[in-house]
Design a binder for this molecule. Sequence first.
Ligand SMILES: Nc1ncnc2c1ncn2[C@@H]1O[C@H](COP(=O)(O)OP(=O)(O)OP(=O)(O)O)[C@@H](O)[C@H]1O
Length: 338
Amino acid sequence: MATESRVVAGAARPTGRRGAELLRVEGLKTYFFTEEGVVQAVDGVDFILRRGETLGIVGESGSGKSVTSLSIMRLVSPPGRIVEGKIIFDGINLLDLDPEEMRKIRGDRIAMIFQQPTTALNPVFRVGDQIIETLEIHQGLKGEEAQKRCIELLSMVGLPDPQRRMRQYPHELSGGQCQRVMIAMALACNPELLIADEPTTALDVTIQAQILDLMRELREKIETAIMLITHDMGVIAEMADSVVVMYAGQVVEYADVQSLFTDPKHPYTRGLLNSMPVLGDEREELEVIPGTVPSLINPPKGCRFASRCSKRFEKCDQPPPMIELGANRRVRCWLYED
Ligand SMILES: Nc1ncnc2c1ncn2[C@@H]1O[C@H](COP(=O)(O)OP(=O)(O)OP(=O)(O)O)[C@@H](O)[C@H]1O
């Protein structure tokens, strides 16, 4: 693959703390106060992300994945608001910071890349100027030094002819090239945490593989922890160490990637895996989970998945608690009560 070792230069951060807790989300609730009612988009989400780890967040459209990541970045805008919970990043509750302190963390220590890189880049500025601005603000680099580092970053992420590329505007680049620019911009801050929200969904399959490769290399070389949001179980299988499965604003299962794929517990997780194509598969048709995600304005009082679940029984009319099945294994389902 064309991305070998480009990330290494100038980016090493000798933390030596791989595996230590970096981010802890506790009881996070983010609601949207709309005219139609209160949308309980994220409703009591908990998880931990360790240094150097890739945590996959998976779930159908509307399950609350993006709102969770925007909440961590404190970028939820009205009518949305974080109403409860803690977001502990390296020992600091981000919800206690004033906007200026948060801006600094957002640029210096946490970076985010989005599904549509073209919308995240400013169309009226050259891509080089946008990276240089990030370097000036967050790394204190100036003039020639910032310029040199910008070229270095663009070649690290595999953009050929970086001198020319940096003078181009976003619309002059392809989707894959824009995503590389976004990653270069994220790298400019040498972040401890990279939040990647569907980073490859808008790209074709070959480019998708290159971008995933680049992210994997990042994680190996600079020990960036990655929170990877996707609806694609294939991407999860390839990239994640552990996985949070979200459904209708809640975490329904948490497991290491191996256990999730070999022994999924929640009926929803099983449904997701059964709807995934597998090489050499002899099934004539992929299974689909019947029904749709319930409205989050007045979500069901009991299990939110119950109306679509083939294992449903009376108890499911009550909200299931999160049940611990092991040190790193949790499921929100009455089937595992004992
Ligand atoms: N600005 C908003 N106003 C009202 N509701 C919103 C707003 N933004 C998000 N929501 C609602 O919050 C819920 C969670 O949305 P979110 O974007 O986090 O889902 P997602 O899992 O990331 O889906 P996708 O994969 O489609 O991006 C959805 O029901 C959505 O309609």
